[in-house]
Design a protein around this ligand. Structure first.
Ligand SMILES: Cc1cc2nc3c(=O)[nH]c(=O)nc-3n(C[C@H](O)[C@H](O)[C@H](O)COP(=O)(O)O)c2cc1C
Length: 338
């Protein structure tokens, strides 16, 4: 693990060495992966809805993570979503979070107002993830401890606004008082330096991490991700206002063609949207089926390697980027003095 280079409000709030958060990954972010992230000096979040309807399985995962991190703090990711039965689905998961004293919770997908008091009363630090600065302001008002603002490049459900990081970063930093994390399109140490330069306190990784050795998914899927280029993802479901950035595969192609043909009955898409297809793709390695969350930051995932190697290389790149900035600044200063 690399020495600490950056101290920010997020490294202090979460007690981590590096200002890097690895966001929730449906089906993939389990105890083994999250423990590897934490042991590499960053922060990870077990995705509770990867264990749908099975809070005891989720509890075992939380306990395993505690064991693998030897008691170091870690997080859980709670996607709130818009399903009418979401309160019934999430309440048993929240019971586990509170009973097991999980210190950090990433919330996303909808207003966290209804679950925030329970988490705060239990002493959890809550980081709410939003797709636009406007929602970050509302979350700050609700009393979250930090926010993550994700941009148009983010893998998965980045929201319908599709604003780029280059705009949201400085805007969020100027607008918010709580610690700020930026995510979407990041996978390199230069992103870490630019995130901090934009005024944020940490970067978030998602797509970059799916090739980690500790991610349980099939090698064929990971090998495919190591080969995609910057056009290897596409945004589908925009015609329903539910933008979803996914791996460009035959399922995504079919959905795009149906949208282009004006198919507006949501039920016609249901078979293609099933979460089971994605889980099967991870299990069997056949990445051609299902809408598989993925952003173009996958281009920075060039090989399958341990989480620690990924995080270390990002810190090394960040240090190099800082050095080259110092060199550039030195020249500017010298010219200014002359
Ligand atoms: C495979 C995959 C699954 C994801 N699942 C979730 C999820 O269940 N909940 C969530 O809040 N975000 C989820 N995300 C979003 C990530 O946590 C993170 O915010 C995003 O990936 C950052 O953008 P990037 O993909 O450009 O790195 C997922 C992303 C990917 C790539």
């Amino acid at each position: 693990m690399r020495e600490q280079v950056f101290t920010t409000r997020i490294t202090e709030l979460l007690g981590i060495r590096h200002p890097i958060l690895c966001g929730g990954l449906q089906w993939l972010a389990d105890a083994r992966y999250v423990a590897a992230v934490v042991n590499a000096g960053a922060m990870g979040f077990i995705t509770c809805l990867s264990f749908p309807g099975d809070p005891e399985r989720f509890r075992r995962e939380v306990r395993l993570c505690r064991e693998l991190t030897e008691g170091k703090p870690f997080g859980v990711s709670v996607s709130i979503g818009r399903r009418p039965d979401i309160v019934e689905i999430l309440t048993p998961m929240l019971d586990v979070i509170v009973e097991e004293k999980v210190p950090f919770v990433e919330t996303s997908g909808n207003n966290p107002g209804w679950l925030l008091p329970r988490l705060k009363d239990a002493g959890c630090t809550v980081i709410h993830k939003v797709p636009a600065v406007r929602y970050a302001v509302s979350a700050e008002r609700l009393g979250v401890d930090a926010v993550t603002v994700i941009s148009s490049e983010a893998g998965g459900h980045g929201g319908q606004y599709m604003v780029s990081q280059i705009v949201q970063g400085p805007l969020a930093a100027d607008t918010l008082r709580v610690p700020l994390v930026l995510g979407g399109g990041m996978g390199d140490g230069r992103h870490l330096v630019s995130t901090l330069a934009m005024g944020a306190d940490a970067m978030m990784l998602g797509s970059r991490m799916v090739v980690a050795e500790e991610i349980w998914a099939h090698g064929d899927y990971k090998n495919h991700v190591t080969q995609i280029d910057e056009l290897g993802t596409r945004v589908v479901m925009s015609s329903f206002g539910k933008q979803h950035r996914v791996l460009a595969n035959p399922t995504a192609q079919t959905v795009s063609e149906m949208e282009a043909a004006g198919v507006s009955d949501f039920n016609s898409y249901r078979g293609l949207l099933a979460g089971e297809l994605v889980r099967n793709a991870y299990q069997g390695g056949d990445w051609s089926q299902g809408l598989i969350d993925m952003g173009p930051a996958g281009v920075f995932a060039r090989r399958v390697e341990p989480v620690e190697a990924i995080i270390d290389s990002i810190i090394d790149q960040a240090v190099l980027a800082l050095d080259s900035l110092k060199a550039a600044t030195g020249q500017v200063c010298a010219q200014a003095v002359a």
